[in-house]
Design a protein around this ligand. Structure first.
Ligand code: ATP
Ligand code: ZN
Length: 283
């Protein structure tokens, strides 16, 4: 069978997590940063290491079959690709920000003003949606220094913690769009058996990441309340302990309601709660 090619970022914020995700899918390969392409030893896949900005175009043209890249980059490129899977990392927000002393405090104040950004396509769409006329100054990096240099009144840039903005005397005042890393594919790929296998592995790794394996001890008399609280992959496993009045309960808890669940379990009499990471869940 012909190998598929997946493009991932060569170096930068998405590189390490993209490599780790593929390795967690059981793919074995050398992470040669110096080469453009590497072959996966145990799967029909080759990995291309590229600048993130080039990935949507490579996939749209079919040079790569798949790619891992931020949604911000895909939207900015306007490349025609299919969204296959959100990957849950590389989360960030494209925001509008102004100098802390600025009179601009809401979107309509941007009318007639200039905004520096590396994302002119996304920003223009956003301004059109809100019917704001503002001029866009396209610059490729260090956008946050533009207002200080007198190049623009505002900026539109990616923010995750906000420290860079703060250090440059800027404050965010509106969100333009959120973004996370996503698996994209070229058109006409969905029936491909290599992709189907990869997607199945990816989903089991992503699902496992959202869950924890929990073991707890509880007095038999409190077991009904505990099982009531737990809806694991299936009903929880209950194992008798040496002390006859007690049992151990094994289950899976999702990350989003984890602390809420743990607190309720404790209140219902759970003791000695042990929480472990899960590597994969095969449904
Ligand atoms: P390249 O050399 O591949 O062009 P780059 O410098 O353009 O890399 P990075 O800074 O490595 O890009 O960011 C890659 C992606 O990571 C961004 O496009 C975005 O989707 C995501 N990301 C997550 N958090 C942040 C952040 N704080 N700043 C910038 N990008 C972020
Ligand atoms: Zn880039």
């Amino acid at each position: 069978m012909k190998n598929l090619k997946i493009a991932i970022q060569k170096s930068g914020r998405l590189n390490e997590k993209s490599v780790q995700l593929l390795k967690n899918c059981g793919l074995s390969f050398e992470n040669y940063k110096s080469s453009l392409i590497t072959k996966v030893n145990n799967f029909n896949l080759e990995i291309l290491f590229l600048r993130d900005d080039d990935i949507p175009g490579y996939v749209a043209q079919g040079i790569a079959d798949l790619g891992i890249v931020g949604e911000n980059v895909i939207d900015e490129s306007r490349a025609k690709v299919s969204y296959l899977q959100r990957l849950g990392f590389g989360r960030c927000m494209l925001k509008l920000a102004v100098p802390t002393s600025s009179e601009i405090t809401e979107l309509k104040d941007l009318e007639g003003k200039s905004i520096a950004t590396s994302y002119p396509v996304i920003l223009q769409e956003f301004l059109d949606e809100y019917k704001i006329n503002a001029s866009i100054q396209e610059i490729s990096g260090s956008v946050e220094i533009a207002p200080g240099l007198g190049l623009s009144d505002a900026i539109c840039d990616i923010v995750s913690t906000g420290t860079t903005l703060k250090n440059n005397g800027l404050k965010p005042f509106a969100d333009v769009r959120s973004s996370e890393a996503i698996l994209i594919g070229r058109d006409g790929l969905t029936e491909n058996p290599i992709l189907c296998e990869l997607m199945q592995r990816l989903q089991s790794v992503l699902l496992a990441k959202e869950t924890k394996y929990v073991v707890l001890n509880v007095e038999r008399t409190n077991l009904p309340q505990i099982t009531e609280l737990l809806h694991g992959v299936k009903s929880p496993t209950v194992v008798p302990l040496a002390d006859e009045g007690w049992v151990a309960v094994h289950t899976v808890i999702t990350e989003d309601d984890f602390w809420d669940k743990i607190n309720k379990l404790k209140a219902a009499g759970a003791q000695g709660i042990v929480v472990m990471p899960i590597e994969k869940i095969i449904l």
